[in-house]
Design a protein around this ligand. Structure first.
Ligand code: SF4
Ligand code: SF4
Ligand code: SF4
Length: 207
């Protein structure tokens, strides 16, 4: 859950008990568990969980009230491809301060998703910062959609699903995406039955 932590595949066989989970930097919490695959961005997951606890913060103490806000600002920067390595360091520092100084359990556990993803998935943070790339191809600012001409059959399904008219092409002919019009909603990716629509790093698509 939002106050838990994220652990990698190598610990899949860990017994689900209080001590085992605590030793890995996560907690039992309410007992909920979410299993994620390689299509989930761990930076975005940390942001999602932190947004929840920030919304729940009662505001009584400064570390939780201000700390979660500042952490969210940094995570927003990183998923938008605007983060720096100093941001990652600052994120880690604030997380430790909040977990040690917040008044109640909500604030003390709020940084868990951030600290655990920094511990186990730091390479994903660094890919966003150093390479402006989301390894899971999930963060909108860092991806683009394009059509593989070798696979496109010209079935028109994507063009009909596109809400912005970004896709053009005649029936039974290769279709193309106008990157200027694309809002990265992913509808074309979902409807194409021929795996012709692909998600790529934004920097490889020339507008
Ligand atoms: S740590 Fe607890 S007391 Fe402090 S602001 Fe957060 S919810 Fe309120
Ligand atoms: S849905 Fe797929 S195969 Fe059909 S036109 Fe679009 S890209 Fe081509
Ligand atoms: S991602 Fe959405 S907006 Fe972009 S081309 Fe596909 S359907 Fe259209």
């Amino acid at each position: 859950g939002p106050s838990g932590g994220c652990i990698p595949e190598e610990y899949l066989d860990t017994p689900i008990d209080y001590d085992s989970l605590t030793s890995l930097g996560t907690i039992m919490g309410s007992g909920g568990m979410i299993v994620m695959d390689e299509d989930t961005c761990m930076v975005d997951v940390a942001r999602f969980f932190l947004q929840f606890t920030a919304d729940e913060s009662c505001g009584k103490c400064t570390p939780c009230r201000e700390g979660t806000y500042e952490m969210l600002q940094i995570l927003d920067k990183i998923v938008n491809g605007e983060g720096t390595m100093e941001d990652i360091d600052m994120l880690e520092k604030i997380s430790r301060v909040v977990s040690k100084t917040a008044l109640c359990g909500l604030g003390q556990t709020a940084p868990n998703p951030v600290l655990s993803t920094l511990r186990y998935f730091r390479d994903e943070y660094e890919a966003h910062v150093k390479e402006k790339r989301c390894p899971a191809k999930s963060c909108k600012a860092l991806i683009a959609y394009r059509i593989d001409p070798a696979k496109c059959t010209g079935c028109t399904a994507c063009a009909r699903a596109c809400p912005t008219g970004a896709i053009t092409g005649e029936i039974k002919k290769v279709h193309t995406i106008d990157q200027e019009k694309c809002i990265k909603c992913g509808s074309c990716y979902e409807v194409c039955r021929f795996d012709a629509v692909e998600k790529v790093d934004a920097f490889v698509v020339v507008k």
